[in-house]
Structure formats: C-alpha cells, structure tokens
Write a protein that binds this ligand. Structure first.
Ligand code: HEM
Length: 448
C-alpha cells in the first residue's frame, strides 16, 4: 500500500467518535465491534511503524494512532488494567517528544502540560456544575466542586511562577486558551506543532462515570509531569555541580524543582476534595483501577534513583515489574550520578555551596511532605490493611519509604497536614508523621 493510500485512510479516522464513544460508554464498556475496529487500527499503525520505507508524514500519524489506540488494544489482551493501560501516560511522552532534547525543552513541556491539564480539569469541573457536560456525572452530590475549582486555581498560581522562571516571560492566559480546539479528524491532532490538543483529548478516559475518577486521572497526569520536571532539574543540578562547579545555576535548578514539588502538593490538595465520608467516593471506582498502581510508574521510580540511588526496599517492586527491571542495574557502586552522592562530594560549610545545600534541603522536605500526604491518602481512602493495587503491602509499604530522603534529618512540613487532614480526625496519623527518628533520642528505638 502506498503512503498516499495510507494517509487517505488515516484522514478518515473520526476523532470525535474515538473520544465520545470512550467517554459515553467508559473505557471499560466500549462496544465490542468498536474496540475491535480500533484494535485493528492499532495493529495497522504498528505495521506501518515497523516498515522502514515509510515517509515522515505517514510515520508521524501512525505513531499518534498507535498510541491513542494502544490501551484499548492491550486491554483486549489483558482486561485488568495496569498503570499504563489505565492512565494513557504514554501519550504524555508523545506530547513531550521522544527525541533527545535539552533540559530546558523538557522543563518547558512539563510546565505547559501541567497548565493545559489544569485548564482541562477546571473546565470539566465548571461544565459539570453548569450542566454543560454529560460525562462522569455520577456520585457528585457530596463534592464541593467550587472548593475544588478554587484549589485548581491555587495550583495555577504555582504553574505561573515556574512558567515565568523557565520561559523568562509572563504566562499569557489568553494565548493559551486560544490554542485549545476540538478537531474532527485524528490526523489534525497528530499534525499539530505544539501537540496540545492531542494531549488534552486523548489522555483521560475513566472506567466509570464516577465524577471523581476524572480528577483522579488528571492528578496522576499532572504528577507525572512534575516527576519528569524534577528529574530534569535534578540532572541539570548534578551536571552543574559535577562538571561546571557552578553553584549559582545549580541553585536556580533546585529552585525550579521546588516549584514542581509545590505543584505536586497543590494537585494532591485538589484531589483531597474527593469526599471520604459519609461516602468514600474512591470506592466507586477503586476496583475498576484493577492492578493499576503508580508504583509501576517508571518515571517516579527513576526520579527516586536520580535523587538517592537504589533503595533496597524497592528491589522487590523492580523485580515484580518487568518494565522496571532495568533499574536494578543502577544498584552498582559505580553509579554515582545521583543527587545524594554528588552532594556528599561537597563541603556543606564551604560558603560556595551553602546556597545549594539550603535549597536542596528545602526540596527534600517538600518531597518528604508529598510522601507523607500520600500515606495519609492511602490510609484515608483505602480500607484498613488493604493490599496495594500494585501488589505491595499498601500503606505500610509507603510508610517504610517515608524516611527515605536525600538527607537523614529531613522533616516534613507539618502545617500542610494540619490544613488538609485535621489533627482531631487523623490523630493517629499525626502521631506517626511527627514521631522523630530514634537517631535524635538517646537510646535505640522500640519496634511497635
Ligand atoms: C486515593 C488516592 C490514592 C491512594 C489510595 C493511593 C495508594 C497507593 C498505594 C497503596 C501505593 C503502594 C503501592 C501499591 O499500590 O501496591 C501507592 C503507590 C504510589 N502512588 Fe499512590 N495512591 C493514591 C493516589 C496517587 C496519585 C494521584 C499519585 C500520583 C501519581 C500517586 C502516586 C504514587 C506513586 C508514585 C507510588 C509509588 C511510591 C513508591 O514506590 O515509592 N498515588 N499509592
């Protein structure tokens, strides 16, 4: 088949149908004949991608078609979702671009991705309130949507701050909104220069009509952009310390990482508006997430490795997930390209590096606070002693990792907990999070 014929066929793929059918029936219940049709399309795109003779124009579209039909195809083979078939995070990579680029490119893409998805979430919530959307409208009577929208606005404030720092200009709401359009054809999404509408349209397909599942998926996407943003700022910091001894640029990069971490906190606060009593809204879709768990996120686990090298407590996770097995290779004494190691080669009392340590400690505190918030999420929304969907011991796996920081004496930002999880209601968790490490006391710790 010639490239021209293939392009003609691609030109006929109806984007609205691909979007609407999934939102109407939910990802779980796509009618058999339609899911079969898209699965075939996926295989055709695969075949085109494997054919080295194909021209760039065809490859570009085949790549996009392959990705937006991949989860549907894979779920036919393995119906219980895992992280990537549940979240479509691979489309985020398409948006970022898979060729090797500068740190600045990755940071900019992550920031734009965050801002556009925040806009999408706020549009969805606003349209739900006003009745302009028909999808994901179940179980929303007890949600304070106005409060949620306000919290999305708080995250946008953080997004604007980092935008200003990385792009070196002010964020322009109007220009951004002008870019958001709905194309009729898939080919028009694939050919977009900035790929914004493909990102927004083909990444959020809940498995139920539960309202909160939309915010849950968007929280995952925005967090993934933050993880990647932090990976890039950390690598850039390492390069500036290791190869250029440039403390000023290293400090600037760490400051950017802190902004990404603030966005992680902010988007968790948005998700926290999901009620857990009298009804626990997570229960309306939790079972549907199947075996999907962000423990399978290659991006997060890599971030962990670049921050502090391999953590022995994660070995089991890496060995259980074939796509994470490659991380075991980092458990080598010669793997010194990690933040913790690089900091250990510097003298903290040297005035040259003082600023770097100060902000590195600040970042470490923010990441620990995120881990702490996450534990409280797991404790609040999951039944007690539930096994994690990623087949770890669940909340207790997360607890074991709370103290796995870059610095041994990093503490969490307790104020954020009090705000999100009041002491009176979560007293047991507050005790856990404020309990100091035995290193600070005089004797060894008791195990209880
Ligand atoms: C109701 C909300 C949530 C609950 C109850 C929850 C629960 C859990 C549990 C129990 C685990 C342990 C691994 C396993 O599943 O076996 C886990 C891991 C993880 N979750 Fe969540 N989670 C929630 C939301 C999120 C969100 C929105 C993100 C953002 C991406 C996220 C990111 C992660 C990451 C990165 C890990 C792996 C941690 C590590 O290996 O150190 N979680 N989660």
């Amino acid at each position: 088949v010639s490239d021209i014929k293939i392009l003609k066929k691609f030109d006929e793929i109806d984007a609205e149908r691909l979007f609407k059918v999934q939102r109407k029936y939910t990802r779980r219940n796509i009618p058999e004949e339609i899911s079969k049709e898209w699965s075939m399309l996926h295989l055709e795109a695969k075949e085109i991608l494997e054919d080295e003779r194909r021209g760039d124009a065809v490859v570009k579209i085949a790549d996009f078609v392959f990705l937006i039909t991949e989860s549907i195809h894979n779920l036919r083979l393995e119906p219980t979702p895992r992280y990537y078939t549940y979240t479509d995070v691979k489309v985020l990579d398409w948006f970022i671009g898979r060729e090797h680029r500068t740190y600045k490119h990755y940071k900019e893409k992550c920031i734009l991705g965050i801002i556009y998805l925040l806009h999408d979430l706020s549009t969805f919530e606003g349209e739900s309130m006003s009745g302009f959307t028909a999808y994901n409208q179940e179980h929303q009577a007890n949600i304070k949507i106005d409060e949620r929208i306000k919290k999305i606005g708080d995250v946008l404030v953080e997004g604007k701050l980092i935008y200003q720092e990385v792009f070196g200009k002010e964020f322009d709401e109007i220009a951004i909104r002008r870019e958001i359009v709905h194309h009729k054809k898939v080919i028009d999404y694939a050919n977009e220069e900035n790929k914004i509408n493909g990102l927004i349209t083909f990444t959020c397909f809940p498995r139920t009509q539960t309202h909160d599942e939309y915010a849950f998926l968007r929280t995952i996407h925005i967090s993934e952009f933050c993880f990647l943003g932090i990976i890039n700022t950390i690598k850039e910091t390492i390069d500036n310390i290791k190869y250029r001894a440039d403390a000023e640029t290293a400090t600037k990069c760490l400051n950017e990482a802190c902004h990404f971490a603030d966005i992680l906190h902010g988007i968790f606060k948005v998700l926290r508006t999901m009620p857990y009593k009298p009804d626990n809204n997570f229960e309306y879709f939790r079972d549907e997430t199947g075996n999907a768990s962000a423990v399978q996120s290659k991006n997060y686990q890599e971030l962990d490795v670049y921050l502090k090298g391999i953590d022995d407590k994660k070995k089991e996770v890496f060995s259980q997930n074939s796509h994470l097995k490659y991380l075991e290779k980092f458990a080598h004494p010669q793997f010194t390209y990690n933040f913790k190691h690089v900091l250990s080669t510097l003298d903290e009392s040297d005035p040259k590096w003082e600023g770097v340590f100060k902000i590195a400690r600040k970042l470490d505190g923010k990441l620990k606070t995120w881990r702490g918030l996450h534990i409280v999420f797991a404790n609040t929304y999951l039944p007690q002693d539930a096994i994690g969907t990623g087949s770890t011991s669940g909340a207790s796996y997360l607890k074991k990792l709370l103290d796995a920081s870059v610095f041994d004496d990093t503490v969490i930002d307790y104020e954020i907990f009090k705000e999100e999880f009041p002491d009176e209601e979560f007293s047991e968790l507050h005790r856990m999070l404020t309990r100091v490490s035995p290193r600070i006391g005089t004797a060894i710790d008791n195990e209880y």
